[in-house]
Ligand binder design. Structure first.
Ligand SMILES: [Zn+2]
Length: 193
């Protein structure tokens, strides 16, 4: 029993499973105990994946986000955890969002990509190429950690992570956005992060 509670690869749904391409359903609030467990699993998985002591053998790849369809529940939930160092103070900060029924309500026309491309726990082996996304987004939804409705403006790397997870709720994967003919084709207007 205990073994099942330790996050492991068996929790994950990969891109060879059709449900990863399904659109997710809205989640009723307040959360049912069943759905609360799904959120808790998302949080546990990502935190565990980033913990160098617990995950020292890297049995799972370190991840900054995980969406419910990736653990087999097609409901609108994801969890994001980004560790960042403040450029001015040098202090480490942690950005966490445990989103329920998130909606992107604004997007910048300015696009940005991560220099080395993206990866995903549901995609074994990275697919190379630029993944163009909005540099800035405004997102609204219920934050499980704050237990309230929130509206967030995210920029740069945080905005990219939000869009990656949000698209899991629409059955989309990051490599859908990579230019098929020339994966590393750089459009001059893009910001490369
Ligand atoms: Zn992903």
């Amino acid at each position: 029993m205990l073994q099942n509670k330790i996050p492991n690869k068996d929790w994950l749904v990969f891109d060879d499973t059709p449900s990863i391409r399904d659109t997710s359903n809205d989640v009723a609030l307040p959360l049912s105990s069943e759905n609360e467990l799904v959120m808790q699993k998302l949080i546990d998985f990502v935190r565990y994946s980033q913990n160098p002591q617990k995950n020292h053998q890297q049995t799972i790849r370190p991840a900054v986000g995980l969406a419910a369809p990736q653990i087999g529940d097609n409901i609108k939930m994801y969890y994001i955890r980004i560790e960042d160092t403040d450029n001015e103070t040098g202090l480490k900060q942690v950005i966490e969002h445990a989103m329920i029924n998130p909606v992107i309500i604004g997007k910048s026309a300015q696009l940005a990509c991560i220099e080395e491309g993206e990866g995903c726990l549901s995609v074994d082996g990275d697919k190379e190429g630029f993944v163009p996304r909005s540099f800035r987004i405004i997102i609204s939804g219920y934050d499980y950690l704050k237990q309230q409705q929130v509206t967030i403006t995210a920029r740069s790397y945080e905005a990219i992570v939000f869009q990656h997870e949000q698209e899991h709720l629409e059955g989309k994967l990051y490599y859908d956005l990579i230019n098929k003919k020339n994966p590393w084709l750089k459009i001059p207007d893009w910001i490369i992060l």
